[in-house]
Design a protein around this ligand. Structure first.
Ligand SMILES: [Zn+2]
Length: 166
């Protein structure tokens, strides 16, 4: 179910820059207005997120709508957030570059088995996202993040060259 290599914080921030350098990281972030046809239920209408998330999320949200799963989205719980990883204070979370999204946090708490359905998770993994539901430890059911392959492909599409990590 997981497509592609894991996008590590070391590689991602090696490419987009130090997440504490807000001016620099802002070049890789966008105020994304979700297209009208995807403004359904509790799907977000507006997100501050990575520019590399826009196309993959458009596809994932389209999957949710087309597969009739909008009712399973109870809350949008954030994308960009300059913070460390949960349970790993020395490493920045991919959220610090907007390369992840959390949904249905109330019933999918960190390191607990959540109630996110396989069908809903597949709306994201079919596009190439990695789901924290499949991590051995710690579990993070609310969390989907770009795979390295998906990030590389989006970087290439936007910048016309593959990323090089510093
Ligand atoms: Zn998350």
């Amino acid at each position: 179910m997981n497509k592609g290599t894991v996008l590590t914080s070391a590689y991602f921030f090696g490419v987009v820059g130090d997440p504490d350098n807000l001016k620099k990281i802002a070049h890789h972030l966008t105020d994304w207005h979700v297209p009208e046809h995807l403004n359904k239920g509790h799907l977000p209408h507006k997100m501050y997120t990575s520019i590399y998330m826009v196309e993959p999320l458009t596809q994932a949200f389209t999957n949710i709508v087309e597969r009739g799963l909008v009712d399973q989205v109870h809350s949008y719980d954030g994308s960009y957030n300059n913070r460390p990883k949960r349970g790993n204070p020395l490493t920045k979370s991919l959220h610090a570059g907007g390369a992840a999204i959390d949904l249905n946090a109330a019933t999918n708490q960190f390191n607990k088995v959540g109630d996110m359905s396989t069908e809903l998770i597949e709306c994201f993994t079919d596009v190439g996202f990695h789901s924290g539901a499949f991590w051995k430890k710690p579990k993070d059911y609310m969390h989907m993040q770009l795979s390295k392959d998906l990030f590389d492909a989006q970087y290439l599409r936007i910048h016309g060259k593959l990323p090089i990590a510093a």
